[in-house]
Design a binder for this molecule. Structure first.
Ligand SMILES: NC(=O)c1ccc[n+]([C@@H]2O[C@H](COP(=O)([O-])OP(=O)(O)OC[C@H]3O[C@@H](n4cnc5c(N)ncnc54)[C@H](OP(=O)(O)O)[C@@H]3O)[C@@H](O)[C@H]2O)c1
Length: 294
């Protein structure tokens, strides 16, 4: 099992690999998948109110028998909260069967922005951290502009910003990444496998093949293109949130942390070739904002 963690700006730490219960498990019973991920060595579970399966995430944790303090559990505020933010989290805690979450995120800035409530939402998040219902608080799908609004009045800097991050959005997401690094906000990536899962056959393929061949030779074990994508993120200090229905792929993902590093030439090649194609599954609005400015 991988014990690599990243430090958060509030003194807590976060395991580098999170197992997601959205996308493939959206609205489905995630208990068996979560239990199996934990048994394989995963210690970080990524959930959300919107995924409509927090109960089963909690069930999976319970069924695995792992101690509460050994797992890092994230949930996220629904896009349109049903009542006060704190009461929605209390409902989540009940569903998850825990007294606190390790990380609570504003899932999306869209509704709060439209209603002019982004700063007010963040104040409520800060209170939640103060009361210990969430050890750390953060945001998701925030652009630089959204972060700047929150930071104007924040007394707690968001610990993380979970965004779509892979080489095929690097042309625009790199600005969010750089801003977060500057402010001490850890970036979490979702959609990391897009170049092999949703956009195979793109300009990055030869780079992924040559880097995985080089790493396979050097490590003496078979290294996949997916691991090259994860390794690129690890070396950028980015937490990876992924998912898989296959134990072998979860094992493979976990083992990425102990692989030899990518060279700086390989990293440049990933970012250069990645920037030749823009393929966004969810944060497409970042590109639209960017084009509007140019
Ligand atoms: N904050 C947000 O707005 C947001 C948005 C999206 C996602 N997320 C979080 O991030 C998690 C992961 O998101 P994601 O699904 O987009 O992650 P991803 O890592 O890009 O994709 C995971 C998918 O890739 C497939 N896969 C794995 N290895 C593969 C390979 N070698 N070749 C082809 N396919 C492969 C897996 O299918 P198999 O089952 O076949 O392995 C799995 O369904 C979600 O569950 C959720 O928790 C958050």
């Amino acid at each position: 099992m991988s014990s690599l963690t990243f430090s958060l700006n509030d003194g807590n730490s976060i395991p580098w690999l999170g197992f997601g219960t959205g996308t493939a498990l959206y609205s489905k019973d995630a208990a068996a998948a979560v239990k199996s991920a934990i048994e394989t060595g995963v210690t970080h579970l990524d959930g959300a109110q919107l995924y409509r399966n927090e109960e089963s995430l909690g069930d999976g944790v319970k069924q695995s028998g792992i101690a509460r303090e050994k797992v890092f559990i994230t949930t996220k505020l629904a896009e349109t909260p049903d009542g006060a933010i704190k009461s929605t989290l209390e409902t989540s805690l009940k569903k998850l069967g825990v007294d606190y979450v390790d990380l609570f995120l504003i899932h999306s800035p869209a509704v709060a922005m439209k209603e002019g409530k982004l700063k007010q939402w963040w104040k409520e998040m800060e209170q939640i951290k103060k009361e210990g219902l969430a050890k750390s608080i953060g945001v998701s799908n925030f652009t630089v502009e959204h972060l700047q609004i929150v930071l104007e009045d924040a007394t707690v800097v968001p610990a993380v910003n979970q965004i779509e991050l892979h080489p095929y959005v690097w042309d625009t997401a790199s600005q969010i990444y750089s801003f977060c690094r500057e402010k001490g906000i850890v970036v979490e990536s979702y959609g990391a496998l897009t170049p092999i899962f949703r956009a195979a056959g793109g300009p990055l393929d030869p780079v992924l093949v040559s880097a995985s061949e080089r790493l396979s030779k050097e490590s003496g074990i078979s290294v996949s293109s997916g691991q090259v994508l994860f390794k690129w993120l690890i070396q950028k200090g980015v937490v990876v949130v992924t998912t898989s229905s296959k134990v072998s792929r979860i094992k493979e993902a976990l083992s990425t942390a102990s692989l030899p590093d990518l060279t700086s030439d390989e990293i440049v090649a990933i970012e250069t070739e990645g920037s030749k194609l823009h393929k966004s599954a969810l944060m497409y609005y970042v590109k639209q904002v960017q084009e509007h400015k140019e």
